[in-house]
Design a binder for this molecule. Structure first.
Ligand SMILES: [Zn+2]
Length: 217
């Protein structure tokens, strides 16, 4: 087991600079097969707590495991909301209350650096590939969600437009019936006036005939 305990030294960028930023921002590219405390023999931190074993995904030490005080690891996230991915079935309170607070600073490599430069670069390339694909998946999920929301909004707008159009059609139908009734009333009135005109002409003609008859006598 490696014992160099300087996380900020050269070659141990798992917890320093770019490597740490990458770990924090992107997480492990693969799920852990074992929990951070599922190893033997146990290594204890400066305060007698079993140290947690993690996998470094830094550019200089990809895939290399290291030990750190669990409190130090947990406190580095500064948020219990990010902890379930490291839960491994352990009670959330174990992370979120008892162990948030800074830890003792214990840190050391779990194993020696025996990887070749080629394999390191290969692991980094695979790591980056997984992170890029994960990001693409997240973007696709976000885009799909946004598209679904947009389609739902369009469907709601379409339904509202159809309801409005139906109401407009009903209103137009009602107005058309009113106009038809008015036209029918005008036609009836016209027929009635025509009949009255005929009757009036007949009366006038009869009167003229009577006057002419009286004049002839
Ligand atoms: Zn400790």
């Amino acid at each position: 087991m490696a014992t160099n305990r300087s996380p900020s030294s050269a070659g141990s960028s798992a917890t320093s600079g770019r490597g740490l930023e990458e770990e924090r921002s992107s997480g492990s590219p693969v799920p852990y097969r074992e929990g951070p405390l599922q190893y033997h023999p146990a290594v204890h931190c400066d305060f007698g707590q079993k140290a947690a074993r993690w996998i470094s995904w830094s550019r200089n030490n990809p895939g290399r495991r290291y030990l750190t005080c669990m409190r130090r690891r947990v406190s580095s996230f500064a948020s219990c909301g990010l902890l379930p991915q490291f839960g491994f079935g352990l009670p959330a309170a174990w992370f979120c209350s008892d162990f948030v607070g800074g830890g003792c600073g214990f840190w050391e490599w779990y194993e020696c650096d025996t990887t070749t430069t080629f394999l390191k670069q290969l692991q980094v390339d695979l790591r980056d590939k997984v992170w890029r694909l994960s990001k693409e998946i997240e973007d696709l999920i976000a885009a799909t969600s946004a598209a679904r929301t947009h389609v739902e909004q369009m469907l709601v707008q379409r339904e509202q437009s159809e309801k409005k159009m139906s109401a407009q059609v009903l209103e137009w139908g009602r107005l058309l019936m009113e106009k038809d009734a008015q036209v029918a009333a005008v036609v009836d009135r016209s027929k009635k006036l025509e009949k009255e005109r005929v009757v009036l002409r007949s009366i006038i003609l009869a009167c003229i005939c009577v006057v002419i008859g009286m004049l002839i006598k």
